[in-house]
Design a binder for this molecule. Structure first.
Ligand code: PMP
Length: 285
């Protein structure tokens, strides 16, 4: 049985409880982070911590603890659950004010902090990286602050189900004719030696993996163009791929039933995946 963390305590998952008045439960008033673990070490912990601060700050939510404490909790959970490869999920909510009210509670309501692990042995050797993903496109009807990593995940969840129903692996979200991102990842296309991905704004989550992959791509002398693209442009590209903390770099081989490039995972995505895994492992803590 897993050991999880809830508000200062480690306990078996079956004993973990959060109030029915918690604003995370009643109002999706919470933010989260997912950090990958490879070989027992945390991948880009500093990046995830920085984005957590940003999400909390944008929502006027209190910091649950210090960065050192957060790191210690992550490490303790890895150790107690013998995680070699997997993920650590962290969620902070505006806490339990003792009743339901739209107004934010007073400052003496403590934030709720929950962390748990998900073991995924051999996560870096995902078979999907060799096969590639199939995606469909759907309308992006999410709210306007997608740069904040909130637990408001109903539409992304519905998008995954629409993809599943269509026999595909994920959905790319489209707004005003242009791809914003995947349901839980950032979206890219490749044309020759050029990697194209939407620029940062409130329209997309500022992926921690995105930042790392673009840095490694530039260091490897690949061209990077940050701009939006259409589904038609993606279907006509040489390659397509996605990035996220849990999938790293994952090729996309089909979009709305049309093969991208050769219909097989491309060499640019494969190379970026290799560089990302190698460099991230080197820097893991
Ligand atoms: N966009 C969305 C909507 C996401 O949910 C995620 C993953 N949480 C990402 C992009 C990728 O972000 P990261 O690389 O930090 O996992």
């Amino acid at each position: 049985m897993r050991t999880v963390y809830v508000n200062g305590e480690y306990m078996p998952e079956t004993e973990a409880k959060v109030s029915i008045f918690d604003r995370g439960f009643l109002m999706a008033d919470g933010v989260y982070e997912v950090t990958s673990v490879l070989g027992g070490k945390l991948i880009d912990f500093a990046g995830h911590t920085a984005r957590l601060h940003r999400s909390l700050n944008e929502l006027d939510m209190a910091e649950p603890c210090t960065d050192d404490e957060l790191l210690a909790i992550h490490r303790e959970l890895v150790e107690r659950n013998n995680i070699v490869d997997g993920m650590i999920y962290l969620q902070v909510t505006r806490g339990n004010p003792g009743d339901r009210d739209f107004a934010f509670p007073s400052a003496d309501t403590k934030p709720t902090l929950v962390l748990f692990t998900q073991s995924k042995p051999g996560m870096a050797e995902s078979p999907m990286a060799k096969i590639g993903m199939k995606v469909i496109s759907i309308d992006d009807i999410r709210w306007g602050r997608r740069d904040i990593k909130t637990v408001q995940l109903l539409y992304p969840s519905m998008g995954k189900m629409m993809a599943k129903k269509a026999g595909c692996d994920d959905a790319w979200l489209v707004e005003e004719g242009k791809v914003t991102e995947g349901t839980s990842n950032n979206a890219y296309i490749v044309k020759g030696n050029r990697i194209i991905t939407r620029e940062l704004s409130n329209d997309i989550l500022h992926g921690i993996t995105r930042a790392a992959v673009l840095r490694f791509a530039r260091e490897a002398q690949m061209e990077v163009e940050e701009r939006a693209f259409t589904i038609a442009e993606a279907q006509g590209a040489d390659e397509a791929f996605i990035t996220s903390a849990s999938t790293f770099v994952m090729p996309v081989v089909e979009i709305d039933g049309k093969a991208v490039g050769t219909g097989k995972p491309g060499s640019v995505a494969a190379r970026l995946r290799e560089i990302y895994l190698e460099e991230s492992l080197k820097a893991a803590i």
